[in-house]
Design a protein around this ligand. Structure first.
Ligand code: ATP
Ligand code: ZN
Length: 298
């Protein structure tokens, strides 16, 4: 019997590619990539990878060509609207946000444009690769503007006289500034997410899919969590545990040679900021150590 394999669609080359392969590596999935190859398979996990343009990923999942895909929320939402669907979860099963590929879809206008309110866009032309998201935003705000659909180099459209404004992805805003543009409205905040096809898998395929999702979940949960160790005066124990972010069951240990204090070890499932450590210190904690976690299996 041949082992069933699952198929994952990833962006071939672009802003999501490296983070996707890094996520696979951290999940213990070894993949050898060859230049110009559209298909590669893992040697130690039953997964095959299809390398495509990011815009094609939602459709590959919707059409069940691939079982899983990693795509930006921006592309997923645009595809959903282009297919006249009510919500992306009607088309694919969203598994989880992946904490990379952060950006926002924004409307930007030339720096010297006197932009006051959204009404300033009335009667103007806006160039974009996201016509559906832009149209939805304009309709919601009852703005009548002309949408000019372009496939690339959106940011030079105003200088070329093609459009008055643009609607494009922004992360730092550096590209906008370099093109003498300023951000006027944000339409959508986006990051990469793992999506899954909706069909019912065979039990064997479902088992592999679960294994894959658990690995990814474990890696992300570990990177979002920290292991914290500290000493606390016995009479402040409750107060100190209450400060620990996202801790359910801390381990409490006696300390050799100091009966007034206990040792606390805990996994914090939320970010541990300097402010948290300062609060712990103020509450009487000492010897505080915060460590990264590599893997987690709950
Ligand atoms: P492809 O050839 O695959 O169609 P592309 O040019 O459409 O590539 P990229 O620029 O590589 O796409 O961006 C891929 C995704 O990365 C975007 O859809 C978005 O989700 C995310 N992203 C994160 N930051 C940015 C940014 N500053 N600009 C554009 N995309 C960003
Ligand atoms: Zn694209």
């Amino acid at each position: 019997m041949t082992t069933q394999r699952i198929r994952l669609a990833l962006q071939k080359s672009g802003r999501l590619s490296e983070d996707c392969f890094d996520l696979l590596a951290r999940s213990g999935i070894k993949v050898r990539r060859h230049k110009d190859q559209l298909f590669c398979h893992s040697e130690n996990f039953p997964i095959d990878i299809l390398l495509v343009r990011d815009d094609d990923i939602p459709s590959l999942i919707i059409e069940h060509v691939c079982d899983f895909g990693i795509v930006g929320m921006n592309v997923l939402q645009e595809t959903t609207l282009s297919k006249n669907a009510h919500d992306y979860s009607d088309l694919v099963e969203p598994i989880r946000n992946l904490n990379f590929g952060y950006c926002r879809l924004s409307i930007a206008v030339p720096s010297d444009y006197e932009y006051e309110r959204i009404e300033s866009l009335s009667g103007k032309s806006i160039a974009t690769t996201y016509p559906h998201l832009l149209q939805k935003f304009l309709s919601t705000h009852d703005i009548d503007a002309k949408i000019i659909e372009l496939t690339g180099s959106i940011e030079i459209a105003p200088r070329l006289g093609i459009a008055d404004a643009i609607c494009d992805l922004v992360s730092t805003g550096g590209t906008l500034a370099a093109n003498h543009l300023k951000e006027a409205e944000t339409i959508l905040h986006s990051q990469a997410l793992l999506i899954k096809a909706r069909p019912t898998f065979t039990p064997e395929k479902q088992r592999i899919a679960n294994l894959f999702m658990r690995r990814v979940q474990g890696v992300l949960q570990a990177s979002e969590s920290k292991y914290i160790m500290l000493h606390a005066p016995k009479d402040k124990l409750q107060q100190i545990v209450a400060i620990l972010p996202g801790v359910e069951h801390p381990t409490i240990m006696t300390l050799d040679g100091d009966p007034t204090k206990v040792g606390i070890h805990a996994v914090c499932s939320e970010s541990v900021f300097w402010e948290t450590l300062e609060k712990l210190k103020d509450a009487g904690a000492s010897s505080i150590l915060v460590m990264p976690l590599e893997k987690m299996l709950m």
